[in-house]
Design a protein around this ligand. Structure first.
Ligand SMILES: [Zn+2]
Length: 305
């Protein structure tokens, strides 16, 4: 190998290493809803917005109250590229139609990509959710143009269902700037997904609601710069709550297994609010990294390594 070739190859390797590093100054995740379904927790329900280069590009869940926080965040609906649903419980999805109607008053001309789980006997799929909400026979038929291909509208909502059959990580979407992947998680009898976004060399994972009976989240979240996990129950929780959600020790175990760089606790409910010291102690038995409790409007940047 001559010197020129050596320098060329060295530069290629150097560039690929630099590009693979998290460009943390370009990315953050903003909490639009840090609460659960209660109307007594003083918080909007579940929702997160991923920002890249000053634009809010991907929304994860759209719980009640979160659209007001979206407005407060200064995000522009024209910049929103994709909406990901972890599942279709009210506290994760009720504000979605507000985004569709809000977009009518913008110059939006680009389609919105929407992804969510397949259906089962209890819940609609992502495509059924949009049809039943916005379709001709839906709750808001006056918005049907946004999902009907035969109607003229400035943009469409392209809904897609993510399979739950295999409990494997699935690549869902790739653009020039980011990629999305999902994995089925156990949330009682409900179809549910955890999500991961890789953007500008950084990675952010979202547990959604889950009990970890499938033990899939650690696989998806491996090496994430940020994991947002739902702290819906205390360690002592029994009954239905425990069937649907994971206790703090399980969250700590997952964060440790996945070696995430930062753990954010959200979906905070009255049964966990005030118990932060206990929650932290249970997590610390497994995970020694940074742990933070989310509040509405918080912005979290990936770690600078
Ligand atoms: Zn739920």
């Amino acid at each position: 190998m001559n010197m020129k070739t050596f320098i060329f190859i060295s530069l290629l390797v150097f560039n690929s290493i630099v590009l693979a590093e998290c460009q943390s100054q370009r990315v953050y995740v903003q909490v639009l809803g840090s609460g659960g379904p209660e109307l007594t927790d003083g918080r909007a329900s579940s929702s997160y917005l991923v920002w890249l280069d000053g634009k809010g590009i991907v929304l994860i869940d759209a719980g009640p109250g979160s659209s007001l926080n979206y407005e407060k965040s200064g995000a522009k609906l024209n910049d929103l590229e994709a909406v990901l649903f972890t599942h279709f419980h009210v506290d994760h999805s009720a504000d979605f139609s507000a985004y569709v109607k809000g977009s009518y008053f913008t110059h939006r001309s680009r389609d919105i990509q929407l992804f969510g789980p397949e259906s089962n006997h209890l819940m609609p799929s992502a495509t059924e959710f949009t049809d039943r909400l916005l379709g001709k026979q839906g709750v808001y038929p006056y918005l049907q143009d946004y999902i009907s291909l035969s109607k003229k509208s400035n943009f469409k909502i392209n809904a897609k269902n993510i399979s739950l059959t295999k409990h494997d990580k699935q690549s869902v979407y790739k653009s020039n700037d980011y990629s999305l992947s999902a994995i089925p998680v156990h949330h009682g009898p409900l179809p549910a997904l955890a999500w991961r976004i890789n953007v500008a060399g950084c990675s952010i994972s979202f547990s959604g609601d889950m009990s970890n009976r499938f033990q899939t989240l650690a696989v998806l979240a491996t090496g994430s710069d940020i994991l947002i996990a739902h702290n819906a129950i205390p360690e002592s929780q029994k009954g239905v709550g425990r069937k649907l959600h994971m206790p703090p020790s399980e969250i700590g175990n997952i964060a440790q297994q996945a070696k995430v760089k930062k753990l954010i606790l959200s979906h905070r409910m009255t049964r966990t609010l005030g118990g932060e010291q206990d929650t932290l102690a249970k997590i610390r038995k497994y995970y020694k990294g940074t742990v933070l409790f989310a509040n509405d409007m918080d912005r979290f940047k990936p770690e600078n390594i």
